[in-house]
Design a protein around this ligand. Structure first.
Ligand SMILES: [Zn+2]
Ligand SMILES: [Zn+2]
Length: 401
């Protein structure tokens, strides 16, 4: 009786019919962006809409997070769908009629699109409640942008009652053209650490270097020396980045700086590589400073682990996407050194986090993520709904049939 092909067509065309509604939601969230853990308006709209669909809704999970449970009419697995809701401290430079009305805050990563896609999927799957096997757990997460939103939700027991059997999520992706879906096997996004280096020299007159220990010079040598770690200490078969993003020292042209501070990030996929880099960072920082007569210390903090997809779930996503988008629009090549705290969920629950291309260069909609001119081709919204809803639906079916 069940013809999966006709179901696929159905969900795709149902998602297409939602396009205007998806755009309206996304533009509303875009106009009213909120920073991590301040998503009061956004989460209020989400909670209200999920309640109106008849879902069992919990609010205040991880401060501003929302969870909605959709129980199917047949027994089956618990499928978690995760959507992040937060914006960034960026002042938007676009001139659209849905430009941010909250000065200095902007949806420059596309989480407005994710929230809209989540609401659309909730609507589609609720309509199919009678045929749905298992439970869909909608997780609307606050504070993805380095704020620890996923961990906050986990601390509030989002992975219990019921415990998800699988977790799925997506990111609109302006590095790729509209509709190109990437779902890789294994590690797809890097583990991220932040490091802070404090250099202690001895300040003095700019014309009397022999009486000083120049913290600026030490900091500069450290930046250069750190680049040798990836080049000379990391196994060339592994992937890693060490970036110094900020350097601060000194106050005047004729003063030798007493102290300097550097901040940067480490990106890796594998734990041994990470441990090696952490070890060498401390050695290089401390000994470079000592060689130049000063002192330096380093503090390293984990931001998030690597995002690792389960191969079987990633394959299910790709197979679903091939039917909906065509094989030429689906790839397993997803590897990037950017990081995501979806990784916190995927380190406890098998699943897949995939990218769906949202750029349209011809329309000028291809600024990179976190850029003040970031915007997406909104045609990605129904595509995201279709693939993610169908993958969730299918996971329930294939594990119970
Ligand atoms: Zn981002
Ligand atoms: Zn993002």
């Amino acid at each position: 009786m069940d013809n999966p092909k006709s179901k696929t067509q159905n969900l795709k065309s149902e998602a297409d019919l939602l396009k205007d509604q998806l755009i309206a939601w996304r533009r509303d969230f875009h106009r009213h962006p909120e920073l991590g853990f301040q998503e009061f308006r956004t989460s209020g709209i989400v909670a209200k809409y999920l309640s109106s669909l008849g879902l069992e809704v919990q609010t205040g999970i991880g401060q501003t997070g929302v969870v909605g449970l959709l129980e199917g009419s047949r027994p089956g697995p618990v499928v978690m769908l995760r959507f992040d809701m937060d914006a960034l401290p960026i002042h938007e430079l676009n001139q659209t009629d849905y430009v941010s009305e909250n000065a200095g805050v902007m949806h420059a990563c596309g989480h407005d699109a994710h929230t809209a896609i989540g609401l659309g999927i909730a609507q589609l799957l609720t309509k199919r409640r009678e045929e749905l096997a298992g439970t869909i757990k909608f997780v609307f997460q606050p504070g993805e942008e380095g704020c620890g939103g996923a961990l906050a939700m986990i601390a509030d027991h989002v992975l219990e009652n019921p415990r998800p059997d699988v977790a799925l999520g997506l990111h609109v992706w302006n590095d790729q053209p509209l509709g190109l879906l990437a779902a890789g096997n294994g590690g797809v996004m890097a583990a991220a650490d932040i490091f802070t280096i404090k250099v202690q020299g001895q300040g003095g007159h700019g014309a009397q270097p022999h009486l000083c220990v120049d913290a600026t010079l030490i900091a500069s040598q450290i930046v250069v020396a750190l680049q040798s770690i990836v080049a000379r200490n990391v196994n060339p078969r592994q992937t890693a980045v060490v970036t110094v993003g900020a350097i601060h020292a000194g106050t005047a042209f004729n003063v030798i700086a007493d102290t300097a501070e550097l901040k940067g990030t480490i990106r890796t996929f594998d734990a041994t590589t990470r441990a090696g880099i952490v070890h060498r960072l401390s050695e290089v920082v401390e000994s470079t400073a000592r060689a130049l007569g000063g002192r330096a210390s380093i503090e390293i903090k984990v931001i998030s682990p690597a995002t690792v997809n389960d191969e079987r779930v990633a394959q299910l996503v790709r197979e679903t996407a091939i039917e909906m988008l065509g094989a030429e629009h689906v790839t397993a090549d997803q590897l990037t050194m950017t990081a995501e705290d979806m990784s916190e969920f995927l380190s406890q629950v098998p699943g897949c986090f995939f990218f769906i291309g949202s750029a349209n260069a011809a329309q000028g909609l291809n600024a990179p993520h976190h850029n003040p001119r970031f915007d997406i081709d909104e045609a990605v919204l129904p595509l995201g709904v279709a693939v993610l809803a169908e993958a969730a639906w299918r996971y329930g079916k294939t594990t119970t049939d």
